[in-house]
Design a protein around this ligand. Structure first.
Ligand code: BGC
Length: 540
């Protein structure tokens, strides 16, 4: 069957899975305060003006959390599906589940139906958010891997933005269409994802693991050397993959438990913490609760339209500021990117904490509908709060956002990659879920100190990255393994090469890739490859 080999096209289709993630994040924001929604799922009768009061707070919390809850589960089980059925097939399954979930929420007539639909949608996003990075990183050339997996984050930011505007626009529709239209429309990208995946090749590394060597080789050739299965690059990649697959077959204990063995625990903790820290930056305070923050800064009456424009600006900043990472992340390397991001986010959070601590006054009883809007600030300090909030988003977007997806798949050997990334992604969802609950409570009870907590997390992640997160940029996936080899001279037991001593080997890798895929090797090198081919046979 016809397959597309252009790596950018492959990434563009696969990251539609990321857009579903973004939809997931902003699918409730502009809808939950509209009358059609509140009346359809009304549990509390009517207020003095005769308006529906909607579901109780607890039930609304459950409806909101159903999605991250389902995603947590989906991410966790995706590893098993991905290892058995393939990366591409599991993403395809994810897209079908999304369509089913969207039909259920679109048709929801009561709270249980809505909650079930959101769990189903969440489940799908869990699968896609975990397996799209695995798929792309296994099919990309090392020098572009960061950029290509980073597209996932870009798609997430687009998804958040698009869904926010669709929901906002539809909130002006009369009747149940206000929420049914956006929740129905969100099925369309999943249809495109499903169809698009039909013409994409499977991950060559997964094929090799399943002993489908010829197919693996033709995928590498299709994607990296215009179909030439004899190109030196393809031959070398195949050789590396073969070595790893054979070694792993002889030594492997391929179950989730292997992730917790002493040899693997360091990597597992780095991968899982990558995602936990990305949540603990506090980015989702901005994504979910920006309207609270801007209401505190006096932009408008709570829930009024005044906060929606400034909120949408942060979603736009999020999209635009992800672009530098796509262009330069592989050049910057993972470590400098993460360290710079943690530093600046810590700074802007401290600025916000300081401004609120010094210039705000506590909210008066009943001044705002939500008790989470616990402070009020005005004048120049309020403007500074808004600016520093935007700067925070602009610091997350090119750093922790994309790297949190690029890094985990790079850390693990092939046999564990699907499951390990599944575990790391499930940690993202568990913390996402917890923060969605914790943040309003924190604002209510400890007001500006909430920022101090997140700033402290940013300082902690800075140190954790500096001491424990090695540089993986540009290394072929098979070579990353060597970093964790604790038998090398200078290596630390169970850890491997100290993280601060690892380097980005971009120039070397780039030169090698260019030469090998263009086939402009010296005649001696060509003879070397020719001899290699003859001795190792056609499968090599
Ligand atoms: C995070 C999400 C967050 C989004 C914002 C992602 O990397 O995992 O939780 O909402 O970035 O752009």
């Amino acid at each position: 069957m016809f397959k597309v080999g252009n790596i950018y096209f492959i990434a563009a289709v696969a990251v539609i899975g990321g857009a579903l993630f973004g939809f997931d994040i902003s699918s409730m924001s502009a809808i939950i305060s509209t009358q059609p929604y509140l009346c359809q799922f009304n549990q509390q009768g009517f207020n003095e003006k005769g308006e529906c009061r909607g579901p109780t707070d607890n039930v609304q919390g459950g409806i909101t959390a159903a999605m991250p809850g389902g995603s947590w589960l989906g991410a966790l089980v995706s590893g098993i599906a991905s290892d058995r059925l393939g990366r591409r097939t599991s993403i395809q399954i994810g897209s079908v589940i999304w369509i089913i979930g969207s039909i259920i929420v679109c048709a929801a007539v009561n709270v249980p139906m809505l909650a079930v639909g959101r769990i189903v949608n969440g489940f799908s996003v869990g699968i896609c958010s975990a397996q799209v990075p695995v798929y792309i990183s296994e099919i990309s050339p090392p020098s572009k891997r960061g950029r290509l997996v980073g597209f996932q984050q870009w798609a997430i930011t687009w998804g958040i933005l698009i869904m926010f505007f669709i929901c906002y626009g539809c909130s002006f529709l009369d009747g149940a269409a206000a929420f049914r239209v956006p929740w129905g429309l969100q099925a369309i990208p999943a249809v495109l994802l499903f169809l698009g995946l039909c013409i994409l090749p499977e991950s060559p590394r997964w094929l090799a693991k399943k002993d489908r060597w010829e197919e693996a080789k033709s995928v590498l050739a299709l994607v990296h050397s215009k179909g030439d299965t004899n190109s030196p690059w393809v031959i070398r990649e195949m050789e590396e993959i073969r070595e790893v697959v054979e070694f792993e077959r002889a030594n492997a204990d391929v179950s989730y438990f292997e992730l917790f063995t002493p040899k693997m625990l360091n990597r597992t903790s780095i991968g899982v913490f990558m995602q936990i820290w990305s949540q603990l930056t506090g980015m989702n305070v901005m994504m979910y609760y920006i309207t609270y923050v801007f209401t505190m800064a006096g932009l408008a009456e709570e829930g009024g339209n005044g906060v929606l424009l400034p909120s949408s600006i942060q979603f736009i900043i999020n999209v635009v500021m992800t672009v530098p990472a796509l262009l330069w992340m592989d050049r910057w390397g993972r470590r400098p990117t993460l360290l710079t991001g943690a530093f600046f986010m810590c700074l802007w959070l401290c600025v916000n904490a300081g401004l609120f601590a010094v210039y705000s006054r506590p909210a008066r009883p009943n001044e705002f509908t939500s008790t989470a809007v616990s402070m009020s600030i005005s004048g120049a300090p309020a403007k500074a709060v808004i600016a520093s909030t935007y700067l925070f988003v602009a610091s997350f977007a090119p750093t922790w956002g994309p790297v949190s997806w690029v890094y985990p798949p790079e850390l693990f050997p092939l046999r564990l990659r699907g499951k390990a990334v599944a575990l790391a992604t499930s940690a993202n969802w568990a913390f996402n879920f917890a923060l969605a609950y914790f943040v309003p409570v924190a604002f209510t009870n400890i007001s500006w100190r909430t920022y101090v907590i997140f700033a402290t997390f940013c300082a902690a992640m800075f140190l954790h990255v500096f001491f424990m997160f090695p540089e993986t940029a540009n290394k072929p996936l098979e070579e990353v393994d060597e970093i964790f080899d604790d038998t090398k001279p200078g290596a630390i037991k169970y850890i491997g090469t100290p993280a601060w001593k690892t380097r980005n080997t971009r120039l070397q890798v780039l030169k090698q890739e260019r030469r090998e895929t263009r086939n402009d090797l010296s005649s001696e090198e060509k003879i070397g490859y020719q001899e290699h081919k003859e001795t190792t046979g056609p499968g090599a």
